[in-house]
Design a protein around this ligand. Sequence first.
Ligand code: XMP
Length: 510
Amino acid sequence: MDSIAILDFGSQYSQLIARRVREANVYCELFPHHAARQQVMAIHPKGFILSGGPASVYEPGAPQIPPYVLESGLPVLGICYGMQALTHALGGRVAPSVEREYGAAEIEVLVDNPLLPPGRPRVWMSHGDRIEQPPPGFQPLARSENSPIAAMGDQRARRYGLQFHPEVRHTPIGEEILRAFVLEICGARPEWTPASIIEEAISRIREQVGSERVIAGVSGGVDSTVAAALVHRAVGDQLTCIFVDTGLMRYHEPQMVVETFERLLQARLIAVNASETFFEALQGVREPEAKRRIIGEKFIRIFEEQARRAGEARFLVQGTIYPDVVESSAPDRRVAARIKTHHNVGGLPEDLQFDLVEPLRYLFKDEVRKVGLALGLPESLVWRQPFPGPGLAVRCLGEVSLERVQRLRMADKIVTEELAAAGLLRGETAQAFAVLLPVRSVGVMGDQRTYAETVAVRAVSTEDFMTADWSRLPYGVLARISSRIVNEVEGVNRVVYDITSKPPATIEWE
Ligand code: XMP
């Protein structure tokens, strides 16, 4: 399959470049700029994209374009720092700018060229240095008020540079530009489609697994479900899925898991209802970290027990996706990866004696969803919101009793139903749920004074879950959620809306 190699010079937008190229149905991979030549060339790229980055080309130690990129004779597109590094490497001149140019700008396209549409399109700028003199053979393709060379190209050598960021949505023509580069200039064939992804994953899985047995932990989450469904498509009954119902799942979720795997996919499924064990272990526990630890430990013990029952398996399926892989390999993003480790509570420890099968390792979340749909999984599952491993326990502040979790589950169901009815579940709002607070307040219902608990509604919009803003939900929707919760959920007489962003708050309350 044709592919593009993206060299990452440290820009916060590097993953976006990869997503846009994939959206053009062309496979691409993101490599650190210092990756070994063999590693990059192993994907047989039809061209290179050099990302932006925080450095300045004349700084000591500034990252340079590796020689094999230019020696290959393949098309190159340098974006922002990538353009400056290209200019520097080919004998042009980069000037440190006195001021950064940041934000929307208008460019004027100067000559007819295969990369940029004619006219005066709006673009997104974010750079310090700028090109003063393009390298020999290059001609300026566009200018803006602050960048006399906002785009440049050597059409014969098929090398281009953009001072602005085509990968961000704020550059409306960006998608068109990247598409033109990969399809027209590099001549890559648009063969990366859900059907081809599935086909390739299946042959890879078969090759890896042979005739050995495989197990998969399934939780109802998108990644674990799609990963298991792919492996099942590849090796059928060699796969056993294990589902541990902790009693801490969302409304109807355990049934959905069983229906999907047993009825829809006809996969071998071991489903254990372990809710009693979990509630017993959580009795009297109020401290958030203690809850996570107890749930994590119990989960692993039960999973191991069931895995033994499933017979001798050599492989374990994991739903690792591409952003996890990229984040843990980029040195400057390690910190971010570390902050997230607590989220693996409820997952499986690394010392489990299995070889891993990771069929989603090269896929972005939106691709995982497309593959899920192409495998025939229901939309309601494919579009499920993220849900923490320890489940409702970390949204049930205070003691986690069966009664309180049921109360929370009903409130959460109402939040989801009302957002779905208002068409708000898939758009801006990335995650929305209810939290049960151990706070009782006075209310009045009919002629009766009540003294009952409080539900907090949390809804956030976010791209990456590392930062988030609270959703400006319409008052009408909030009003319906509130009145339904106090009317339909026993033991709750007050509903509040969480209006804190992350940071300083986290998305979850525990
Ligand atoms: P926070 O609360 O840290 O959450 O802002 C960020 C995202 O991670 C999810 N989350 C978890 N996911 N296991 C998971 O698999 C966990 O223990 C866990 N805790 C939080 C959270 O729902 C949000 O999407």
